[in-house]
Design a protein around this ligand. Structure first.
Ligand code: NI
Length: 255
C-alpha cells in the first residue's frame, strides 16, 4: 500500500534537528509521495530546495494570508521565479484567514487574487488556506476568478455547505488529522465529497491525528486520516489509499 500526503511542511523549523531522517523514514513506511508546502518567500524557497533533494517530494510556492504583513505586491515576482522549478506543482498556500488577521481583509483578498492570476499565467493549480473566511473565499472564486487548473481546499473545514460549493467549483477537498479528533463530526462533510475529489494530508508538523495528538506530526500519520475516511465511506483502507494517491497525482499534474 502507498500513500500520498498531499500537504506537509518539511520546511518548518520543527524538523530542523532531524529533517533528513524523518523524510527517509516516511518513505520507508509507505508514504511514497508528498508535497512540501510554502507559505511565504523564505519557506517557499526552502520547500523547493528540500523537494529538489528527494525524487518522491514535490513543492508548492506562495504567500499565505498570515504572511503578508508589510509585504509589497512586487514580492509575488519572487514566487513567479521560484515556480519555474520543475518540482513546483502548485501555487500555495494562499487564501484568506480572518481568524488570525481581520484587520487587513482587502490586502488579503488582493494577494489571493494576484496569486491566482499567477497560477493561471503558469498553468498551475492552487492550494487554498481558508479560515473563518468561507463567504469571501467562495465569493471571489464564483465571481472574480476561479483558476483554470482549479486546486485544493487544504485542511478543509468540516463545513458541509462550504464543501458542497467547493465541489461545485470543481475543487479537490483535502482532509487532515482534525477529522480524527474526538470533538470532530466529520461524517456529513466527508460524505459531501465525491471519491474523485478527495485527498488526504497531514499538514505536518501540525494537526497530529488521534491517538498521537501531543506529538509532532509527520507524514506517516496520513494513514490515520485515510482510515477515518475509509470507515465513513464504507471502503477498505487500500481503496482510499489508492484513490487519494491518484487524485493527488491528477491535481498536481504528476505523471
Ligand atoms: Ni499548511
Amino acid at each position: 500500500m502507498q500513500f500520498f500526503d498531499s500537504h506537509a511542511h518539511y520546511n518548518d523549523e520543527k524538523f530542523e534537528e532531524d529533517r533528513e531522517a524523518v523524510i527517509k523514514q516516511i518513505y520507508k513506511e509507505d508514504v511514497t509521495k508528498t508535497t512540501c508546502v510554502g507559505y511565504n518567500i523564505k519557506s517557499s524557497e526552502f520547500a523547493v530546495e528540500i523537494a529538489s533533494q528527494y525524487d518522491f517530494m514535490y513543492a508548492t510556492v506562495g504567500i499565505s494570508p498570515n504572511d503578508i504583513t508589510d509585504l509589497q505586491m512586487g514580492e509575488i515576482d519572487k514566487i513567479r521565479n521560484l515556480a519555474q522549478n520543475d518540482k513546483v506543482v502548485a501555487i500555495g498556500e494562499i487564501g484568506l484567514d480572518y481568524y488570525w488577521n481581520k484587520e487587513n481583509k482587502n490586502t488579503q483578498q488582493d494577494f489571493f487574487i494576484k496569486q491566482m492570476e499567477l497560477a493561471d499565467e503558469l498553468n498551475l493549480p492552487i492550494v487554498i488556506h481558508c479560515r473563518d473566511a468561507v463567504m469571501d473565499t467562495l465569493e471571489i472564486l464564483k465571481h472574480k476568478i476561479n483558476p483554470k487548473k482549479r486546486g485544493i481546499f487544504h485542511c478543509c473545514m468540516l463545513n458541509p455547505e462550504l464543501i458542497k460549493e467547493a465541489v461545485k467549483l470543481e475543487f479537490y477537498i483535502s482532509f487532515s488529522g482534525n477529522i480524527t479528533f474526538k470533538s470532530a463530526k466529520p461524517k456529513e462533510a466527508i460524505n459531501e465529497v465525491p471519491l474523485n475529489k478527495i485527498l488526504i494530508e497531514t499538514d505536518s508538523p501540525y494537526l497530529t491525528p488521534e491517538p498521537f495528538r501531543k506529538a509532532r506530526n509527520d507524514s506517516r500519520n496520513v494513514k490515520l486520516v485515510a482510515q477515518k475516511i475509509a470507515e465513513i465511506k464504507g471502503l477498505k483502507l487500500e481503496e482510499i489509499a489508492e484513490i487519494t494517491y491518484e487524485n493527488a497525482k491528477n491535481i498536481y499534474g504528476i505523471a
